[in-house]
Design a protein around this ligand. Structure first.
Ligand SMILES: [Zn+2]
Ligand SMILES: [Zn+2]
Length: 389
């Protein structure tokens, strides 16, 4: 294999780890129409390839666009995180095997005589690299989703847009500068790796060992997840689900805060199941009455939020955005977190339509529309929450 081929194959790895179809589309487009990009040297392509067929280029283009749009939805993202580590290496291998230059063809022919493993071994190794890069990326995305499960803070959308830009410009950077782009990608991957290590270390460091059985509990735990012994210290949970420096003084208030973050009221573990805590087995809502009690506490937040929305509505455009953000986090997220994905997706789509209307007309009469929006949206989430059994 020639150096140029190796640089391209290595450089494409982080691009494919970020997006499956966008780099595939850019690759196919450059190979099929090299005249479109006169400023870069188009990669050479195997003579009998299907990649440069106009229909293939078009399909890849449509898929790339759909991928960019779908990646912005936090509900669909949950599915992507499961599929991505398998789809991406496969697509990467498919594209790079179509990519050869004069020197490589010669080398490949020699390797070919050595057998199947020799020919495809290199591609397999590189595809495994894409697999591990994708895992690294999804672990960071899972962390972002755990902070901002509903996308209310737009953390995920920002990270996703950043990746679109990275893949698009990274691709041309790679074709134009080769080794230099590789160096830049290497630094980016290293930065992500260090970030991942820091996230994992931080979560582990916050855990507190049980005095009786040494089990590591969350800092929010009122009792040990394993032996149920009451903990000596528990820390308050913040608005964004973070650990606060203040210790719990009012257990009942603390338990309500944990509920709004969809965490177990006993051991503070994040609830994955809608029925019971996986760590200690405590029921999420012990009875229909305790579920209603929780809803009533959330309902108390409605009027202050509406009043605030009226006030914020007087600030043109920005006021509505702030009112929506606040209502999402304070009023809707505590209910939405308990809904199954499909149900929250259909409610969310209807709400997206509402947002569009509010933004469209809201710049004129924000003081009416902002509180109206808050009311309608809360009613919808409340109804959906009550429907869950
Ligand atoms: Zn214990
Ligand atoms: Zn628990």
């Amino acid at each position: 294999m020639s150096i140029a081929f190796l640089i391209q194959a290595l450089g494409l790895m982080p691009l494919f780890a970020a997006r499956a179809f966008l780099p595939a589309f850019l690759m196919a487009l450059t190979m099929a129409y090299p005249k479109l990009m006169p400023f870069v040297e188009a990669p050479e392509v195997a003579p009998d390839t299907f990649i440069t067929h106009p229909a293939v280029v078009l399909i890849l283009g449509v898929l790339a666009l759909l991928e960019i749009l779908a990646d912005k939805n936090t509900d669909l993202k949950q599915f992507f995180i499961l599929a991505d580590p398998y789809v991406k290496p496969l697509l990467y291998a498919l594209i790079t095997t179509q990519l050869v230059d004069e020197a490589s063809i010669g080398v490949l022919k020699t390797i070919h005589q050595a057998g199947f493993v020799g020919e495809y071994g290199g591609t397999l190794l590189l595809a495994a690299g894409v697999y591990f890069l994708t895992l690294l990326k999804t672990q960071i995305e899972e962390y972002l989703l755990s902070i901002d499960e509903d996308g209310d803070l737009y953390l995920h959308t920002i990270a996703s847009s950043f990746q679109d830009v990275f893949v698009f410009f990274g691709f041309f950077l790679l074709l134009a500068f080769g080794l230099l782009a590789l160096l830049f990608f290497g630094i980016a991957v290293l930065a992500l790796f260090l970030l991942k290590k820091r996230i994992a270390a931080k979560e582990e460091k916050q855990k507190i060992a049980c005095a009786k059985c040494q089990h590591l509990n969350t800092p929010f735990a009122l009792s040990c997840a394993k032996c149920k012994t009451p903990t000596a210290v528990a820390f308050q949970i913040g608005f964004f689900g973070q650990k606060r420096q203040k210790q719990v003084s009012n257990p009942e208030k603390h338990q309500f805060s944990l509920q709004t973050q969809k965490r177990c009221t006993a051991c503070g573990t994040k609830l994955e199941d809608a029925r019971a805590c996986r760590a200690c087995g405590k029921a999420v809502f012990e009875s229909a009455e305790s579920k209603k009690k929780y809803l009533r506490k959330i309902e108390l937040r409605l009027i202050p939020t509406v009043v605030l929305a009226v006030g914020l509505g007087f600030i043109p455009i920005l006021g509505i955005v702030l009112a929506m953000l606040y209502a999402n986090l304070y009023l809707n997220a505590p209910l939405k977190r308990y809904l199954p994905t499909l149900q929250s997706l259909s409610t969310a789509i209807f709400i997206k339509f509402l947002i569009f209307l509010v933004l469209f007309f809201g710049s004129m009469a924000g003081f009416i529309l902002a509180p109206l929006y808050v009311l309608i949206r809360f009613t919808l989430w409340r109804r959906a929450f009550l429907a869950v059994r």
